[in-house]
Design a protein around this ligand. Structure first.
Ligand code: PFF
Length: 444
């Protein structure tokens, strides 16, 4: 087999992994799902799940990837000698494909908004009704499909350049810029009149408003926003050298992800409270609320464009990790043909994303199970496939992975106390929580 790529630096790996984690989950989905499910109660539950379920799973992906140094559809067989375990990798490979099909539609909306904002800056033609604008934009079939196509294409360009020149370089530039832009918008948001009402809403839990479905969403969100369950983090860790401390890396990724979740809340909820906008607006929250916020600023459109660009960075650093799972497996025996495979996979993705792109317009009446095609893809991935993937990772790392290997990868002496807790969580707590949430929902 040909030689595999490696990261250029540890910080490159951490930023790429944090880039994978931080994305639509924390910045777009979290705020509106939280608003629908008990506000801060959901936040508390999400943090508990992230620390005790998402984090151990992230470590499991890191350990398996770093130790196995191979593809997500091969590593499980390599470790156990039983190739049937590779099904875990195949599940992830299919899952990311479904995930990207709707992820790229939202990526496309961001791009469309960026173009529109440039138009506004140039022509000075402002809109006052952002609800209508959003509806018009996402229901237009040409815009929606072209936006998604462009997003997939940009993802493909980065991934086609490989690990160090593409993914690592992109993450190192985009991630720091994301934080700088957050600071600007949060300061603006917190200085609006009545902003504190939003902060109170964000931080004061109401556990009565949380039902079984909310618990499932919080659980799904902890997997989704840490990118665990499909082997993305495993794939990134497979490009590591022996020396990297993965426990420290996992803490950094989780910490940054929680930080962005909180920053997103602090950017949005004070602004909605101040402007009297309903938080439970669903997927449009970010696209409808933020323009109002930026309209209150001098040079608002320029700030909005900067913010959209950063939101775009967060999204594309996640989508490159998603597509990389498929690509790394596809080029298993032909490392030199990365480019060709990337564009082929991008084309397949584009085909699958069309029904999702049309779900808010042409196909909006075609509803089944969870709603439109888009809603179904989201529900299937976030609430079914990711939890199943996560369950498989927990059981595999808890029961099948040799303890000695895990200990060695986790750097035995430094984290001895942690090892026992990690195994306990993987063996008992995580499987039980996932099953309990599933069963509760089924008998409901
Ligand atoms: N963590 C990403 C987000 O929150 O947007 C989504 C994601 C990326 C999920 C990669 C799974 C994955 F393998």
């Amino acid at each position: 087999m040909e030689k595999r790529s490696v990261w250029g630096s540890k910080i490159g790996f951490i930023l790429a992994s944090a880039g994978s984690a931080i994305g639509l989950g924390a910045m777009w989905k979290f705020p509106y799902v939280m608003a629908d499910n008990g506000g801060a109660a959901f936040l508390v539950l999400f943090m508990v799940f992230t620390l005790f379920i998402g984090m151990p799973l992230l470590l499991a992906e890191f350990v398996i990837g770093k130790h196995g140094k191979t593809y997500s559809t091969e590593v499980f067989g390599k470790i156990t000698g039983n190739k049937y375990y590779n099904l875990i990798g195949h599940l992830g490979n299919v899952g990311v494909f479904f995930l990207l099909s709707f992820y790229s539609v939202i990526g496309g909306w961001i791009l469309l908004y960026m173009m529109r904002t440039v138009y506004v800056i140039v022509t000075n033609q402002h809109t006052k009704n952002y609800e209508t604008l959003f509806d018009q934009l996402i229901s237009n079939p040409i815009y929606a499909v072209l936006g998604a196509a462009l997003f997939i294409f940009l993802t493909a360009i980065i991934v086609s350049r490989g690990i160090q020149d593409g993914i690592e370089k992109a993450s190192k530039i985009m991630m720091p810029m994301l934080f700088i832009a957050f600071i600007v918008i949060i300061i603006r948001s917190l200085t609006l009149p009545n902003a504190m009402d939003g902060v109170v809403y964000f931080l004061k839990p109401d556990f009565n408003a949380l039902n079984a479905e909310g618990v499932l969403f919080a659980l799904g969100q902890s997997f989704f926003s840490l990118s665990v369950g499909f082997g993305g983090m495993l794939t990134y860790a497979s490009y590591l050298d022996k020396k990297t401390d993965i426990v420290q890396s996992a803490f950094s990724v989780v910490g940054l992800n929680i930080l962005v979740t909180i920053l997103a809340g602090l950017a949005i909820f004070p602004a909605t409270a101040s402007l009297g906008i309903d938080n439970a607006q669903g997927p449009g929250l970010l696209f409808i609320v933020l323009p109002y916020v930026f309209d209150q600023l001098p040079f608002g459109s320029i700030f909005y464009l900067i913010f959209l660009s950063l939101f775009f960075f967060a999204t594309i650093t996640s989508s490159i990790s998603l597509i990389e799972i498929n690509v790394s497996n596809a080029i298993k025996y032909e490392q030199k043909k990365r480019k060709k495979y990337v564009y082929f996979i991008a084309l397949l993705l584009f085909i699958l994303c069309v029904p999702s792109a049309l779900s808010n317009g042409t196909l909006s009446q075609m509803k089944f199970l969870a709603g439109t095609f888009f809603d179904n893809m989201d529900y299937l991935v976030s609430n079914i496939m990711l939890p199943i993937g996560a369950l498989c990772y927990a059981l595999f790392a808890g029961y099948k992975l040799d303890g000695a290997i895990a200990k060695q990868e986790l750097m035995d002496n430094k984290y001895r106390g942690l090892f026992k807790i990690w195994v306990f969580l993987l063996r008992y707590v995580i499987p039980l929580v996932i099953l309990a949430v599933f069963i509760t929902l089924m008998i409901k």
